[in-house]
Write a protein that binds this ligand. Structure first.
Ligand SMILES: NC(=O)c1ccc[n+]([C@@H]2O[C@H](COP(=O)([O-])OP(=O)(O)OC[C@H]3O[C@@H](n4cnc5c(N)ncnc54)[C@H](OP(=O)(O)O)[C@@H]3O)[C@@H](O)[C@H]2O)c1
Length: 512
């Protein structure tokens, strides 16, 4: 994370000089699951983009581990194709040659000790020939059910244990379990093998520029923090809407659903960053401490039926195209009770937020793709303006647009030109694209670089994972007794139950 006090493996870097790029020291990245969707679309292109931006050391090595009967050249071709298709920076022969000279491949299955022995030998050869200096990160881009097996195999082969003065790290993709119990089981296995500071849990939302801008917006300015509380803010809405359905992810998604897939991690992280107090410093310890404090102070109201909603998309429209429902998707059981829309209300028991609820919602096949945090202010007390404003003026709102069109919007009432005193809502916009010429790095670029640098603020630790499951588990248990989720038409903004949930509180959802 580009905040002060970041640890760097680069001895040439003065940690106080924030203008210098943060370049990782000599190291290797071992990737498990290289044929998977995530590795091909995001991880390998991100590694290339880092190399292209000059942020990887010359001695960097990328090793793929997969069960395919491939040789080194086959893997190199896979990386090449994925870079050509998905990298964000232009293709440069020079970068590719440098990167490809450090590519290795090990064939094997996760439970094969001989394959891990070959991986150990490969890593040692890289240390000797390429100069990776014994520093290696293991990226588990694999089905969650395989995490324990791979972590054990890394331990049994000795790969997890660094020599004096070197490091070994493990990178785990979400989901971190499917409830508190399974998250604890997973953590018990991982922490038996790796110390806490060597475990990097990826929540790629935290790598997004706009999410980090939330910290800058709140704490680098004097303007917002004084009104960032229950005196001025009526409620907060955090929305993650997708217009697509589950696509080819049926195998993963059925039985998991929207709350486990994105609320437990992305949305609760956005909630924590929005609601937390100012950390003493922005290093990993202090930042995580504040996030944990506010997650601990949050709760779902006792009447779960009244303050949550769940739905499942039915046939409808996506853009101009007629689309089928969730139950018609390939690989989904015809009586599946998995929710594709989830909404929950959170109350925060502290002085800043008591009486100001947070509403979190996430859904597939909604009206459009948008992720935003909207702070909706209380109405101005002026009776005169309340009377003349009528219904044209809503509450003031500060909206942080996480994606797409990253930026910030402020909505407020303004006089309509003319002789009469008429007020209407207007917006003031900040768009990243208009104010900065630098393009934001992809979230995975930043996160992979942070893993290689050993810079942990953007990675949740197990306590945060536990606290999020503690919030969600009772809701999920309650829902599991409700049978089929309420259907909603594809292309709309979710089930009627979600509107009723807000109506009971005298509020409405935003239509972004
Ligand atoms: N896709 C995303 O956008 C996304 C986003 C956030 C998090 N994630 C998480 O990232 C991880 C990977 O996701 P994904 O979408 O890339 O999954 P995926 O497309 O299903 O790929 C899984 C990978 O694991 C390998 N694999 C599975 N079982 C194996 C075994 N027994 N032995 C050896 N290799 C095995 C597969 O190899 P084969 O080709 O040989 O089967 C494949 O390379 C998951 O934990 C997922 O939850 C994904």
């Amino acid at each position: 994370m580009s905040l002060p006090a970041a640890q760097s493996a680069n001895p040439l870097r003065d940690p106080r000089d924030r203008r210098l790029p943060r370049i990782a020291g000599s190291c290797g990245l071992v990737m498990f699951g290289v044929t998977g969707d995530l590795a091909r679309k995001k991880l390998m292109p991100a590694v290339y983009d880092l190399a292209n931006r000059g942020l990887l050391p010359p001695a960097f090595a990328l090793t793929g581990f997969a069960r395919r009967e491939w040789g080194r050249e086959d893997f190199e071709n896979v990386v090449y194709e994925s870079v050509k298709q998905h990298a964000r920076t232009p293709f440069r022969e020079e970068t590719w040659e440098q990167l490809s000279s450090g590519i290795r491949f090990v064939q094997g299955t996760f439970d094969d000790p001989a394959a891990f022995e070959r991986l150990r030998e490969t890593v040692e050869e890289l240390d000797a020939e390429r100069g990776t200096d014994g520093n290696h990160a293991f990226y588990l881009s694999i089905p969650p059910s395989a995490f324990p097996q791979v972590v054990r195999s890394l331990a049994d082969s000795g790969l997890s244990a660094p020599r004096e003065g070197t490091w070994r790290r493990v990178v785990i993709e979400k989901p971190f379990g499917h409830n508190l119990e399974s998250a604890d089981e997973l953590d018990a296995i991982v922490s038996e093998v790796f110390p806490p500071d060597a475990v990097f849990r990826i929540d790629h939302y935290l790598g997004k520029e706009t999410v980090q801008n939330l910290l800058a917006l709140r704490f680098a300015n004097q303007l917002f923090e004084p009104i960032w509380n229950n005196q001025y803010i009526d409620h907060v809405q955090i929305t993650m809407a997708e217009d697509i359905g589950i696509g080819s992810r049926a195998g993963y998604y059925d039985g998991i659903g929207q709350a486990r897939d994105v609320i437990q991690n992305h949305l609760l992280q956005l909630f924590a960053l929005t609601a937390m107090e100012e950390p003493a410093t922005f290093d990993a310890h202090d930042l995580r401490l504040e996030k944990e404090k506010v997650l601990r102070a949050a709760s779902v109201p006792r009447d779960i039926s009244a303050h949550t909603a769940r739905g499942q998309y039915a046939a409808g429209w996506r853009g101009g195209e007629l689309v089928g429902g969730f139950l018609d998707e390939d690989g989904i059981a015809p009586d599946s009770e998995t929710e594709t829309y989830a909404a929950i209300r959170l109350d925060v028991r502290n002085r800043r937020w008591a009486g100001t609820p947070f509403y979190l919602r996430a859904g597939k096949r909604l009206g459009r793709r948008v992720t935003e945090i909207a702070l909706v202010f209380k109405k101005a007390p002026s009776p005169y303006f309340q009377e003349i404003a009528g219904t044209d003026v809503g509450n003031n709102a500060l909206v942080i647009r996480v994606q797409p069109d990253e930026g910030v919007t402020l909505r407020f009432g303004s006089k309509v030109p003319g002789t009469a005193m008429e007020v209407r809502d207007v917006t003031m916009d900040f768009a990243y694209g208009n104010s900065f010429t630098e393009s934001s790095p992809e979230a995975y670029e930043r996160l992979i670089l942070d893993v290689l640098l050993g810079d942990p603020p953007l990675f949740p630790r197990h306590e945060e994972v536990q606290l999020s499951w503690k919030l969600l588990d009772p809701v999920l248990e309650h829902w599991s007794r409700q049978g089929q989720p309420e259907p909603y038409r594809s292309g709309t903004w979710g089930p009627v139950g979600a509107d009723l949930m807000m109506e009971r509180d005298g509020r409405t959802w935003r239509r972004p």
